[in-house]
Design a protein around this ligand. Sequence first.
Ligand SMILES: *[C@@H]1O[C@H](CO)[C@@H](O)[C@H](O)[C@H]1NC(C)=O
Ligand SMILES: *[C@@H]1O[C@H](CO)[C@@H](O)[C@H](O)[C@H]1NC(C)=O
Ligand SMILES: *[C@@H]1O[C@H](CO)[C@@H](O)[C@H](O)[C@H]1NC(C)=O
Ligand SMILES: *[C@@H]1O[C@H](CO)[C@@H](O)[C@H](O)[C@H]1NC(C)=O
Ligand SMILES: *[C@@H]1O[C@H](CO)[C@@H](O)[C@H](O)[C@H]1NC(C)=O
Ligand SMILES: *[C@@H]1O[C@H](CO)[C@@H](O)[C@H](O)[C@H]1NC(C)=O
Ligand SMILES: *[C@@H]1O[C@H](CO)[C@@H](O)[C@H](O)[C@H]1NC(C)=O
Ligand SMILES: *[C@@H]1O[C@H](CO)[C@@H](O)[C@H](O)[C@H]1NC(C)=O
Ligand SMILES: *[C@@H]1O[C@H](CO)[C@@H](O)[C@H](O)[C@H]1NC(C)=O
Ligand SMILES: *[C@@H]1O[C@H](CO)[C@@H](O)[C@H](O)[C@H]1NC(C)=O
Length: 605
Amino acid sequence: MAGCPCLSLPGLLVLLTAASITHGQSCPQRCDCISHQRAVMCQNKRLGSIPAGIPADTRLLDLSCNSLRWVEYNELATLSRLEELDLSENLISVLEPNAFSSLLNLRVLRLRANQLKLVPMGAFSRLTNLTTLDLSGNKLVILLDFTFQDLRNLRNLEVGDNDLVYISNKAFLGLVGLRELTIERCNLTSITGQSLSYLRGLVTLRLRYLSISSLEEQNFRKLGGLRALEIDHWPFLEYISPHSFQGLNLSWLSITNTNISTVPTGALRNLIHLASLNLSYNPISVLESWALRDLVRLKELHLVGTNLISVQPYGLGGLQQIRLLNLSNNGLVTLEEGSFHSVNTLETLRVDGNPLSCDCRLLWILQRRKTLNFNGKSPVCSTPLEVRGKALSTFSDSALFDHFTCQRPKIRNRKLQQMTAREGQVVSFVCRADGDPTPVIFWISPQRRRITTKSTGRIIVLPEGTLEIRYAQVMDSGTYICIASNAGGNDTYFATLTVSGLPLDGALAANRTYYVGDLNDTNLNDTRVFLKFTLDLKTILVSTAMGCIMFLGVVLFCFILLFVWSRGRGQHKNNFSVEYSFRKVDGPAASGGQGGARKFNMKMI
Ligand SMILES: *[C@@H]1O[C@H](CO)[C@@H](O)[C@H](O)[C@H]1NC(C)=O
Ligand SMILES: *[C@@H]1O[C@H](CO)[C@@H](O)[C@H](O)[C@H]1NC(C)=O
Ligand SMILES: *[C@@H]1O[C@H](CO)[C@@H](O)[C@H](O)[C@H]1NC(C)=O
Ligand SMILES: *[C@@H]1O[C@H](CO)[C@@H](O)[C@H](O)[C@H]1NC(C)=O
Ligand SMILES: *[C@@H]1O[C@H](CO)[C@@H](O)[C@H](O)[C@H]1NC(C)=O
Ligand SMILES: *[C@@H]1O[C@H](CO)[C@@H](O)[C@H](O)[C@H]1NC(C)=O
Ligand SMILES: *[C@@H]1O[C@H](CO)[C@@H](O)[C@H](O)[C@H]1NC(C)=O
Ligand SMILES: *[C@@H]1O[C@H](CO)[C@@H](O)[C@H](O)[C@H]1NC(C)=O
Ligand SMILES: *[C@@H]1O[C@H](CO)[C@@H](O)[C@H](O)[C@H]1NC(C)=O
Ligand SMILES: *[C@@H]1O[C@H](CO)[C@@H](O)[C@H](O)[C@H]1NC(C)=O
């Protein structure tokens, strides 16, 4: 077999141990026997069948890297003392139903890299002493019910690298002793909770390179003894439901190379004994506040290569015992002390491979640079320019406060703004601040509501910090507070707004911006506090014209009345009054706008 990977090295080993090899009469041709170990080594001997003459007391039989095509009961019937049988890398495609049933003492059976498409029922019957079974690298498509039912002492089962499409619900029945199971590189699209439910003794479960897109609710519910679970290379997994890990009591969990974009906080909730969590290589860009809050015993957290750009305040909140944090190869500009529950438990920190800004936010790392273990990879400054490329561990104590500083935010132009507006108008308050790092700006409304750039609705904060109130309402009146804050501190600024309850006219309004207060065109830059409202000349003209027509109409009506009255007889009144409503007109000029009912008194002469 050309290209057999175990071609040269084991052969070499046999040569090196030649001294202990005896070619006694009882050793089969072409094989090497190590008598004191009762081992028969026949690997890579171009054997087409199991050779004759294997001593009956053989404990170890290595037939790997040959051309065996099948295994029959008769060929192995005499080897009842056999403890280890290696049939890896042959061409075996058929197993007789009772092929191994005479090997009552067999502990290890390796059938890796053969051509098996199906394991017939009973193939492993009576192998109650078997502890390790390797079936990886075959062409198995399905695992049938009861395949492993006699293997009650099996501890390790390898079924990876097969074409597995389906694992029958009772396939694992009987494997009560199984401690470790690895299922990898299969075309499985699901693993049912029922098939796993027979593996009561399972301690480690590795599920790698699978096309599974979601986890069933309570998928692992019966695996109360499981301590380690690995989910790796599931490119289609995007969501982990909060009940997925129910019933588990893990101490080690690894979910890597999947497509989940947030930490599955809900699912982690019941894993209060978790000590190590690896979420590397998932597209998790933000570690949200309290995302890991229930993991009070977590000691190691790995979030390597997730494109992480932000660890929010208390992003590591709840991790009271964290010792090792690996955040290397991400997009973090900083890692603030305020993200931690407490940094005092931390022993090892990896934040190399991040575009770190060396300002006051990293001072806590700098202060601990001699005691923290950077695992050989000290964090490196990316900004400011003077220290670019410099490792944190190489700063001297004296240079410390020259560089790792922050500039407290300062709001530009701090004139108190008092502004009046009408209902329906758009009001904008500008708030700009300088500082290093760039301050975050948010506003507090008169109702003490926090308005940030993430707020939605009528009142928003534009990305550069301007507060915008659309369709101003009377209830929006009051004092607004702008707060600019960064790691260096914060600065505040007040603005008051009075909205009067007179709505604006004109839907087809042309936009005009009116600047209020003591502003004029020369100092606009400084205090760009302005107030916009909308007007339309056409509307004014039409409204005015309507008013005139109505007035003329009323006058005409009066004359008609007068005419009728003058024709009548017996009338003694000599005066009367006419009352009508004047259509209200708004505009810059009509500032009073008290247009209500007007009364005209006419005296008859
Ligand atoms: C399993 O192996 C032990 C020796 O380690 C032996 O005593 C026992 O008989 C074996 N079990 C069976 C079913 O043969
Ligand atoms: C999975 O299925 C695809 C086709 O659907 C096939 O090309 C691929 O080889 C299969 N992979 C395995 C590991 O069986
Ligand atoms: C992963 O998720 C992104 C967006 O959520 C999607 O565009 C992409 O196709 C997903 N990848 C896979 C392999 O499903
Ligand atoms: C969970 O596992 C821990 C050890 O990791 C153990 O101390 C604890 O008793 C277990 N809890 C349950 C309910 O099995
Ligand atoms: C975390 O997972 C990644 C990807 O599977 C792996 O390369 C890395 O070694 C794991 N880290 C630890 C500490 O196990
Ligand atoms: C942290 O992650 C890097 C990158 O994967 C890895 O090389 C390193 O061994 C990890 N360090 C620790 C302490 O886990
Ligand atoms: C502003 O800074 C003061 C101390 O300088 C602090 O007490 C206060 O909580 C900060 N306010 C905000 C909103 O960050
Ligand atoms: C008023 O200005 C806003 C943008 O400032 C624009 O979206 C809107 O279309 C303008 N309205 C009119 C009637 O021109
Ligand atoms: C604008 O204001 C500045 C001072 O704020 C003043 O010096 C200037 O005369 C004003 N210009 C006009 C046109 O009112
Ligand atoms: C307004 O700002 C521009 C640049 O932002 C500046 O060149 C100009 O001098 C400023 N004008 C006033 C009056 O401050």
